[in-house]
Design a protein around this ligand. Structure first.
Ligand SMILES: O=C(O)C(=O)C[C@]1(C(=O)O)C=C[C@@H](O)C=C1
Length: 84
């Protein structure tokens, strides 16, 4: 069966949209879990931000995705704990 470039692109874009829906859902889930950690720490006298943990996360994303991974992790952290 042959297919046109237009059909291939339309099909791939549908898959991208479905992946983006899942990524957004995972980000929202991450925000909710992060909020539990932050609220628990604040309620027990700690601070919202835990820089050593953030360094671990930034390193993990950079290792997996290169330099843009660091930017992505910084954006995720901002979504999860707000701006610092
Ligand atoms: O792991 C924590 O201690 C969290 O509070 C979660 C989290 C995150 O979203 O990953 C958020 C804020 C902290 O600065 C570090 C990490």
């Amino acid at each position: 069966m042959t297919t046109t470039p237009e059909a291939t692109i339309a099909d791939a874009r549908e898959r991208i949209d479905a992946l983006d829906d899942r990524i957004i859902g995972l980000i929202q889930e991450r925000m909710a879990v992060s909020s539990v950690v932050q609220q628990t720490r604040i309620a027990s006298g700690g601070r919202r931000v835990h820089l050593a943990r953030e360094m671990e996360i930034l390193g993990r994303y950079r290792e997996a995705l290169g330099r843009p991974g660091t930017s992505l992790a910084m954006t995720l952290l901002e979504l999860c704990r707000g701006r610092i």
